[in-house]
Design a protein around this ligand. Structure first.
Ligand SMILES: [Zn+2]
Length: 201
């Protein structure tokens, strides 16, 4: 459930495929889209609203990301939003891996989203994408997505989806940073004994 820089970066070239924009371009219903690069701003505004803005206030941040998530995912807009708890990096490590690790954020059901206090999602798009990633876990939890699956399988599917949405967000905002989820499909051999935050790797 945690976002970690070590959780799977792939080389830019391998992830630079533009599935979203190609799909939009093929669709006759999105008349505002064209292949001209200058129109990418219009696409971004349509799908991300102001979530892609250069700067957001703390009050604007979560509502903007919830709206973007409404556009980018299959989930219904949540009626409430989780608390964002900014904590020192050591706290994230304690929650996620119980050791030194590169985790930057973690969603904990019933508590909220813990965010490394050095992250500035108001002004930094990559930090914002990390917050979006954790918000995906929140709406997954609210909707009971994959609740019927074994814990390890559910964790794998949820991470896969969170990274995919984060990747689309980064692509649409023109961020040079790319993320990918490269873990091998879980065989459930290493199933954690309890629920809560899953390992960052
Ligand atoms: Zn995650």
């Amino acid at each position: 459930m945690a976002f970690s820089l070590s959780a799977g970066f792939a080389p830019l070239a391998a992830l630079a495929d533009p599935p979203v924009l190609s799909k939009l371009g093929d669709s006759p219903s999105t008349g505002m889209y064209s292949n001209y690069a200058d129109d990418s701003g219009a696409v971004t505004r349509k799908y991300l609203g102001n979530a892609g803005a250069d700067e957001l206030s703390e009050a604007e941040l979560v509502p903007a990301l919830v709206s973007a998530l409404d556009q980018l995912s299959k989930y219904h807009r949540p009626v409430a939003v989780p608390e964002i708890i900014r904590v020192p990096h050591e706290r994230i490590e304690a929650i996620v891996c119980n050791a030194k690790c590169a985790a930057l954020a973690a969603y904990r059901p019933g508590e909220g989203i813990y965010l490394d206090e050095t992250l500035k999602p108001e002004t930094d798009l990559f930090a914002r994408s990390i917050l979006l990633h954790e918000l995906v876990h929140y709406v997954q939890d609210m909707s009971g997505e994959h609740g019927d699956m074994r814990l390890c399988e559910r964790w794998y599917r949820r991470e896969q989806e969170a990274y995919a949405i984060q990747k689309v967000f980064l692509f649409m905002t023109g961020s040079a940073t790319r993320v990918g989820y490269s873990a091998h499909k879980s065989t459930c051999d290493d199933e954690p004994l309890s629920t809560g935050s899953a390992p960052a790797r």
